[in-house]
Write a protein that binds this ligand. Structure first.
Ligand code: ADP
Ligand code: MG
Ligand code: ZN
Length: 621
């Protein structure tokens, strides 16, 4: 890394060297001592018996030579003179007469003193050094060793923005949402004078590389307020109890610095569903998460601290984080569509010489499924290729090759959609949209996209027109038809079907089963509830279902459910066969531009007049 690391390493080597010297020194001393170590009492006895020839007093250390030439050592008490001590032990002056025993007293040498002292201190220094080193390693560098409890959040101020909103492209909705946050922080009075409440938390959700971190950085650059940034994984380190205190420390700093922004990147590292995951202790994470929740709840309305968090995995987040008053704003960063990709390419092509044969539109078209990070990577690869080939500008060929590299590269986790696949997805999604639009009772289609999102190939955003508490039988049937519209389109157009509809089928099956067993909407089985569901409230999940009906009823239920689903499927197919012309137009449009919004859809296939959301109409007599 840098010179700091080198210094650190040489310190470690010095410590090790000194340590070895000390050990050698010690073992010599130890050896000398072990030659024959007498207590002062034994020495006194030996003197009285006239066995001792010579004693060299070196500080408290006594070197003995016996009359029979044996050698030995002894120790005197540090705070009494040697003679005094011997006298106390009953040795007479006579017996200490130089004729009997020669006593030499060495003046205390400086070096002897230094080495003795070092001998005592060095082991401690070494141990301390070792601890220091180990902690350093464990914490992966960073500041001093003993401030575990302090947050490692980095503080940025908006004075010299490195990233601005101009660097973020292709995700207009997300940008707009965050722009609002920035405005709020710039002029809180403007909003508060109208009684608007500050959003406490903003949660950015999106696949890796869609620009969550980038967007947060742009906010920091633009807001002109302090910006604390920390990654969820930094909260959770090897020392237990550290996470929670780090959170506390971070929020204390932030509150003192308000208005400001706290950015928690990869919050799923701490915010995972409590109790989920594989064995081991989750205490640490749980405590950290709890502390975050406590801090968020503790904000007063006039604490202008906004928490922006980012995650790739909203599905694993603890529901407690998503409760109102916490992350009350969620911003979804979709994978960019063709237009979005073109805009992102424009951002990253800035300042790079492009040959005249390069058309960003064509590149955008050739990279379905690419996210911002992929596109940036691709431009970079192309520039490298062009440079290696000694070109002055990046040419189309370089891009062509770099696209392939990015697709093949390890960075890329999601796959590129092939042309055939894209076509199937286009018809599938168009099928949903057209069946939904053909049935006035069904929910309205707002946006269709063939760009992968999560597990499904594409998606059709269908939103209910009104909040309902009552759902009619016709409405459920219509929704089932539109859910099956995807699969039906595949069959009608390609005479073959794919796995892409599995989620649709699951939902349809559940709807049909609920109609029969819960809502009493089957004429065969009548207005009855079949089966008892025990819900464990605190888990919020259905865990068990008790069957309280006979085998033959079970069979009837199955037959009825199957009938409802197959009827709906037939209806979907009928609609699509009849409106094949519109299906083709819409699928073409999707292939061309990847997303179609509701106003474009209106032009292709106007909304039928709704019949009050499928509510029953009074029968005339
Ligand atoms: P995430 O945090 O969502 O995984 P990042 O924000 O780290 O993704 O994106 C990585 C890089 O990809 C960014 O530094 C940027 O260069 C590029 N990038 C991603 N999304 C965009 C975008 N919408 N506009 C421009 N560049 C983007
Ligand atoms: Mg990120
Ligand atoms: Zn579908």
């Amino acid at each position: 890394m840098d010179s700091g690391t080198n210094n650190r390493q040489s310190i470690i080597y010095i410590l090790l060297f000194v340590g070895i010297i000390t050990l050698v020194f010690y073992s010599f001393r130890q050896q000398a001592i072990s030659s024959e170590e007498l207590t002062i009492g034994e020495l006194a006895q030996d003197i009285k018996s006239g066995l001792v020839k010579r004693i060299v007093v070196d500080e408290d250390e006594l070197k003995l030579t016996f009359k029979d030439d044996r050698e030995g050592t002894s120790q005197k008490e540090p705070d009494a003179t040697f003679v005094q001590q011997l006298r106390e032990l009953g040795v007479t002056a006579e017996e200490l007469n130089p004729e009997n025993v020669i006593i030499e007293i060495k003046p205390p040498g400086v070096w002897v003193g230094v080495i003795t002292v070092l001998g005592y201190i060095l082991p401690f220094i070494m141990i301390a050094g070792l601890f220091w080193f180990v902690f350093r390693q464990a914490r992966g560098g960073g500041s001093a060793a003993m401030n575990f409890g302090q947050s490692k959040a980095r503080k940025f101020t908006g004075d010299n923005p490195t990233v601005t909103f101009d660097d973020v492209a292709g995700i207009p909705e997300a940008k707009e949402e965050l722009f609002e946050v920035v405005e709020f922080l710039r002029e809180p009075e403007k909003f508060m004078s109208l009684g608007a409440r500050i959003p406490k938390g903003v949660l950015l959700m999106g696949a890796p590389g869609t620009g969550k971190t980038l967007l947060a950085k742009a906010v920091s650059g633009e807001a002109g307020v302090p910006f604390y940034s920390i990654s969820g994984s930094e909260f959770v380190e090897m020392f237990v109890g550290v996470g929670a205190s780090r959170v506390r420390d971070l929020f204390d700093k932030a509150k003192n610095d308000s208005p400001c922004i706290v950015f928690v990147d990869e919050i799923d590292a701490v915010g995972r569903h409590r109790g989920a995951g594989l064995g081991g202790s989750h205490d640490e994470r749980e405590q950290t998460l709890n502390q975050i929740l406590v801090e968020m709840d503790g904000f007063d309305t006039d604490t202008n601290v906004i928490i922006v968090a980012a995650t790739n995995r909203p599905d694993v987040l603890d529901p407690a984080l998503l409760r109102p008053g916490r992350f009350d704003r969620r911003v979804i960063l979709d994978r960019p569509d063709m237009r979005g990709r073109e805009a992102i390419l424009e951002v990253h092509a800035r300042g790079k010489p492009l040959a005249p044969d390069v058309d960003l539109k064509i590149l955008a078209k050739a990279t379905p499924g690419f996210v911002g990070a992929d596109l940036e990577n691709m431009i970079n690869e192309a520039a490298i290729l062009a440079a290696r080939r000694g070109k002055k500008a990046i040419e189309h060929d370089d891009f062509q090759e770099s696209i392939e590299r990015v697709i093949a590269g390890p960075e890329r986790k999601s796959r590129l959609i092939s042309d055939t696949e894209k076509q199937i997805i286009a018809y599938h999604e168009a099928g949903h949209a057209i069946t939904a639009r053909s049935l006035p009772e069904a929910d309205h289609v707002h946006k269709i996209s063939i760009i992968a999102r999560g597990q499904t190939g594409g998606y059709t955003l269908i939103l209910p027109e009104t909040d309902r508490t009552l759902v009619s039988r016709n409405k459920i049937l219509a929704d089932m038809v539109s859910l099956l519209g995807g699969r039906a389109a595949e069959e009608v157009v390609f005479s073959d079907i794919t796995s892409g509809a599995s989620n649709d089928l699951e939902r349809v099956t559940k709807m049909a089963r609920d109609m029969v067993t819960r809502l009493g909407m089957s004429s065969v089985l009548g207005p009855m509830v079949y089966g008892k569901k025990d819900e464990l409230i605190f888990l919020g999940k259905e865990l068990t279902e008790q069957r309280d009906y006979s085998e033959s009823v079970a069979e009837q239920i199955d037959i009825e459910v199957k009938q409802l689903v197959s009827d709906a499927y037939q209806r979907a197919k009928d609609i699509l066969i009849e409106r094949r012309d519109v299906l083709e137009i819409l699928a073409e449009k999707l292939l061309e531009q990847e997303t179609v919004d509701s106003s474009e859809l209106d032009k292709i296939f106007p909304v039928p007049t709704p019949k009050d959301g499928g509510m029953p109409v009074k029968n005339s007599k």
